[in-house]
Design a binder for this molecule. Sequence first.
Ligand SMILES: [Zn+2]
Ligand SMILES: [Zn+2]
Length: 305
Amino acid sequence: MVQVTLLGSGATRPLPHRALAALWLQVGGRGLLFDCGEGTQVSAQRFGASLYKLDTLLLTHYHGDHLFGLPGLLQSMAALGRTEPVTVAGPPGLDGVLDAVLTLAGPLPFALCRHTFGDCRGSLALPSGAVVTAFPARHRVPCCSYLYTLPRAGRFDPDKAKALGIPVALWRSLQAGQPAGGFTPDQVLGPARRGLRLLYATDTEPTAELAELARGADLLCMDATYADDADAPKARLYGHATCAEAGALAAEAGVRRLWLTHYSAAVTDPEAGLAAARRQFPAAEAGFDGKTLTLTFDDSRKDTP
Ligand SMILES: [Zn+2]
Ligand SMILES: [Zn+2]
């Protein structure tokens, strides 16, 4: 189960009730943050995201609206007594950015483990058991879109466990995918089941690769900088999408849910482009700061794991 909270749904500059880009994911006691725009730590407190649980921070790119919250957030984590390491990952250029951030934040009582996605591609295994895959967005600067996958083990077979003489006390560990008492999970688990898939794609134009990787995803949280279809030329110029384009991509990919986000500061109502998105994808939802959702495993879906 993954708890998803949109901490910031704005672009370029914050508005009184709209912080800049940030999306929080929590699995058990593990927290993950996509982007860290100005105001992220305030939104985290406001919407109940415990920064103490943050172990991975994934930056899409190095425009200020996605990272100016970083020095303050790291400093606050230090003040909260954080000592566990934090992994920070992003496209090429990460070292220079983090050096500058650390100059501002000062020495930290925890390690920052850096991971650069060369060519905006690569995968990162997370402590929660999830895997994040980076792939290139189409923006004005190198920018990663991210596919987050939480795998799900196969179904536990108690008859097999009994036949193998495995003590009941070990079943829970094996069920959770952990070897126990000399037995391995593959002895008692069926084939892997469909896990959870979420895409975080901003700032980007719609791309064929994004549509392909988003196929059947549980949630697509996508760039919808412009509400008006007439702004499509501007979206091409600056490497963004309109609400209608986000809807069209969601429909093409057959995603389960679409959250619009990264609204231009000129779009003061988050629902301004919702009708345009829904003409393409009726289930589209307008993102807003604090919007939250619990993604749970779903046995009724038979599509690929
Ligand atoms: Zn942006
Ligand atoms: Zn940008």
